[in-house]
Design a protein around this ligand. Sequence first.
Ligand code: GLP
Length: 241
Amino acid sequence: MNIQVYENAAQIGKAAGALFAAKIIEKPACVLGMATGSSPLPTYAALVELYEQGVLDFSEVRSFNLDEYVSIDRSHEQSYYRFMFDNLFSKVNIKAENVQVPYPVSPDPNSDCAAYDAAIDAAGGIDLQILGIGNNGHIAFNEPSAVFPFGTHIVDLTQSTIEANKRFFASADDVPRKAITMGIGSIMKAREVMIIATGAAKAPAVKAMLQGDVDPQCPASILQLHPAVTVFLDTEAAALL
Ligand code: GLP
């Protein structure tokens, strides 16, 4: 693992943005795995800046998002679909038909989950996946559990995640209880992965991810087995290493 520690989130945004930019320049029709949350925001801002400077062209880029709440509409201001348009997709020249955010629409959500993984495979797989990490070590919405779930699936959010995400909603009661998420297998199949963690609250999860056992109780620890991971930390998130 390539572990990089920076002073602040803005510096991480520039560095992680540069990694994304290099991929898009090297392979204009690349497949990007996108994440939501506060951690990727400076990276997306860096990408928008590079696009506005004429450095990047997203016209052939395709993307697949990691996850989405199940019970809220895509127009809801906390939907991850809307998050992606508000923070990146509407600000660059990516084609709307080339972006996918998982969302179960059929009476059988499992078939939607299987279709999402099949669509990623049909696109040739993810070239570069960006991740954040939850305070409990989750990646996407793969919560701590007894096993590493392989493919895209529907998940019940843990109380810890509901608590962590209630800041975006009027109250904890308004946080959706279910989500659809790429599985650990879907994420591990990405050819390259970057993960961003900032702030002291992430320090225990970062330590478990990098220095603990590979254990589904810390889903991010699986990244120890991925051959091409860059870890971007600020000094606070790296404090326990
Ligand atoms: C959510 C998302 C994750 C994200 C995590 C951390 O639960 N499903 O993909 O990594 O929050 O979010 P943040 O970056 O805001 O700390």
